[in-house]
Design a protein around this ligand. Structure first.
Ligand SMILES: [Zn+2]
Length: 346
């Protein structure tokens, strides 16, 4: 029997928004490309997830970004608010057209996720990856929130008006660059009040400390792994995991090969056993309520045994085979995200 799961991060909206032709049809019918479409999501038991809107420069080629990591010591250039807003509008439009077509439900609370699941509807949380589309007066935040935005990664791996991200670099500590700006701290406070989750993935160490100091919510990293196993700047070092645990927070396991492998290589020749090792370490560091999934589907290279969303049951089976009980696997797959959404967003 398929275990239902909720995923902390995908970049499917960007893939669709950049595709020529019938973008909604590409998701609803699927054509075998990319990692998530509706038929494969249903077959895999995907109940829903955080659908990221990652604003690239409008003419960007995401593949160029995805293929450059590992080596680049530099942060990608900053993005203007207007460009980020235009790009975000494009991805949000795809999301809401999919909802109108009945392909998914945009959920604003845990209760709405449960209702969608009861009707076998894919539940989507509106997430932005990098707050570039938000002006420092938070005008666009008001509009995006009204549209359904419920989760914000303050930075992608670059700097913006609110904070600074970590570069895509292996053998690097995330402690690089300055912390949050005053606007960044205010963004955290405003999001606390609104019930918008703050996502720590991609943020540098000083920014992480500032969020921990300012935020009244549990600390959450939607798609990051264990630095002690894979010392990539994108992964979490011991004190960050301890800080997350102290707040009753959570981490979603990132499936990207370069964030899993001790050697930091982006190669599909990566075993599920290595994913289980990260889950083991996350459970050890955070407890059974602190670990979930955060695949990075459609935004990163997947291990060959996973391939796409239909490979998730293999990971869950590997956890069962390792001796994780049904109850714990159910928490990692679904229960922990539902509880966190309920706690932070409502
Ligand atoms: Zn990401």
């Amino acid at each position: 029997m398929t275990i239902p799961f909720f995923d902390g991060h995908n970049d499917t909206l960007l893939r669709l928004a950049e595709a020529p032709g019938d973008q909604e049809g590409l998701f609803i019918k699927g054509n075998g490309t990319g990692h998530i479409d509706l038929p494969r999501a249903k077959a895999a038991g995907m109940a829903g997830g955080f659908f990221a809107m990652f604003p690239p420069p409008l003419k960007s080629n995401l593949a160029a970004v995805a293929n450059s990591p590992g080596l680049s010591p530099e942060l990608p250039p900053e993005l203007a608010v207007a460009d980020a807003l235009a790009s975000t509008n494009g991805m949000a439009s795809v999301l809401f057209r999919l909802e109108r077509a009945g392909a998914l439900a945009v959920c604003r609370t845990a209760a709405e996720i449960r209702a969608a699941m009861a009707e076998a509807q894919l539940a989507a949380i509106f997430h932005i990856e990098g707050a570039e589309a938000i002006d420092t007066d938070f005008r666009s935040l008001d509009v995006l929130y009204a549209a359904g935005l419920r989760s914000i990664g303050i930075t992608w791996s670059r700097a913006n008006a609110f904070g600074t991200g970590v570069p895509f670099r292996h053998n690097m500590d995330p402690d690089i660059g300055p912390g949050l700006s005053e606007a960044g701290k205010e963004l955290v406070r405003v999001c606390n009040q609104l019930g918008v989750m703050i996502d720590l993935s991609h943020l540098n160490a000083a920014g992480f400390r500032d969020v921990a100091a300012v935020s009244t919510h549990p600390l959450v990293a939607t798609h990051s792994n264990v630095h002690a196993i894979c010392p990539h700047a994108r992964n979490l070092v011991d004190w960050q995991l301890a800080a997350i645990r102290d707040t009753g927070g959570m981490v979603g396991l990132n499936f990207a090969t370069g964030f899993l492998r001790p050697d930091g290589k982006f190669t599909v020749d990566t075993e599920i056993e290595l994913m289980v090792r990260h889950v083991d370490a996350l459970v050890e560091a955070l407890g059974e309520d602190g670990v979930a999934l955060g695949s990075d589907f459609d935004g990163a290279q997947m291990p060959a045994p996973i391939g796409d969303v239909t490979g998730v049951p293999k990971l869950l089976q590997a956890l069962l085979d390792k001796g994780y009980g049904q109850e714990l696997v159910g928490k990692i797959a679904l229960g922990n995200w539902l509880r966190m959404v309920e706690t932070v967003i409502g």
